[in-house]
Design a protein around this ligand. Sequence first.
Ligand code: ADP
Length: 627
Amino acid sequence: MRRTAWIFLAAILLPSLALAWLAVRSARDQQVILEHQQAIISQDVTDALAKKVRDQLDDTRSAFVQRTQKLLEKSSAPSALARNFNRELHNSWNLAEVGFAVGLNGTIYSPESRQGTVAKTFRSENDRFLSNRENVPVFAQNSQQTFSLDLNNAGNPTGVNSQVGNTFPLGAQSQASNQIAQASKQPTAVVNPQTQMAQVERQVVPQKSFAPRQSALSNTLPAESDFRKVIGTDTSGVLARFLENKLRLMVWYRPPNAGSLVFGAQITQQELIQSLAPLLLSPDLHRGADAAGSNSAKSAYCLALLDDRGKPVALSRAGFTAEWKHPLVATEVGETLPHWEAALYLVDPQQINRSASTLQLTLGFVVLTLVAAILLGGWLMAADVRRQMTLAQQKTDFVGNVSHELKTPLTSIRMFADMLADGRVTEPDRQSKYLRIISAESARLTRLINNVLDFARLERGVSSAERGFCDLVAVVQEVVDTCRPHLETIGVPLALEIKAQTLGIVGDRDALAQIVLNLLSNAEKYGDHEILVHVRQEKCASGFLGCVDVLDRGPGIPPKHREAIFKPFRRLHDSLASGVSGSGLGLTLARRMAQAHGGNVTCSARPGGGSCFTLAVPLSQAKSDED
Ligand code: ADP
């Protein structure tokens, strides 16, 4: 039994548990891969949004160039327009906060400080820069080139810079990096030893970032320069400055036939944001984002444009709020809007975790159910093996018992027969006594052999019934008459009480006789030398029953064994140990034969001690009707 348990453990339970563990693990890995894929697709979406914003700013620059060209066409000379440029531009372009015109030699033609507070502030903020008297940190994107440090050469992987244009090396790189950090007023600055320029930390920290495209440090770097160096040989561009922690965005244009004149405009942030807001709703972005959240609802994310302080200025879902500095993914817009970010947030960030834990729970449940099923199967298997082993043991016992059963009567038959044959017994009384013993013992042998043969026949499903009409009373009478001489010899009184004249039955006479004989034989073996046989008729729901009770004064059968003793080979006491021999088949056969007649054999307690075995068989309808 223990071996079977080990085999079960090693061959079924342990491999199943290992498989279950692998399944749970692979589900977890799958979840991680899915999350990663979602983040990568989301990153593509924010990359695309950042590019759209850059393109929009480029369009703004082109719009400014066209607007200026129109004004130039209308005006008598570029220098005439230069003096009135602020007013003229203001009237024709709503994105312009201030229009300015400067000569690359340092002369500022427009705006004039007296043109209002905005113009006055502009002049005080930008005079020294525009007239090339001061180098300031600027972020610039010219129509041809990106104006910033050559970060690629400096060993810093900047996807943004390499995407939008060439870098523009400056002589101003050696300026102290601290100044820049202060000017851009970012919280912390790290000095890149190779460029001696400060790289600032990004305002947002995406939950997922993909090195080397993404890092905690900003990819956009200012360069120290005056206006003339920014312009260089280009014709138009965008430049950005941080002044008092506020972004100033400018576009500029140098008309080919206007000498050293440069026209420019400071963009109204409010208007700019309004022009950028529709980009967040563009359908191609949302197709990408939907792919990212393929299992979630269509509106399970929000795109946002964050300004340089990490505050949202435009959203794809009105009213959405989140911890703005921790989007799922984010991409920096680039030099044209330094430190601005295109970010993607999940509306329900817990959803991923929830669906992961639902998956884990489902899988756990399935695994537990399977393990339970395996254990149950194992238990059933073990029970079956145990049953088979018990049966095998009983069969072995049976062989031992039957051999013993055969040997005992044979020994006495031989002994008494030898004595008679040798002529050693001369008294007629003793002679007839020994002959009776020989006869009884051979009857016992016959009974035993019949039992074994009948059982084998029943097991094979062969019916031995030779059916005919018979009288149960007569059958019992006959069996009792046969047994009585032997029982009297051994001092066992046998009383017969008959409470019915005839009990007509359609059945096998020999089988009925064998049942009664088996019950009597048991009463003799186990009883205390007082047997009563009671024949009667009983009424039941379906008609009448013929009943034979065989009662003894033996030890009786405990109630819990009263059904078990009818099972094959089942014995309450081991014959070899108890001295009462038997095969464990007598009652099994008795019951099966009775059942073949539509009846049964049952066991109950005899009032006053001992047991009572009852054979009950339905009476033949015709006969009982006659009664
Ligand atoms: P066996 O050949 O062992 O007698 P049976 O099928 O006739 O086989 O009986 C099964 C068991 O039931 C016996 O071994 C015995 O323990 C018990 N039994 C049967 N009849 C009696 C009885 N009259 N009194 C006590 N125990 C009995």
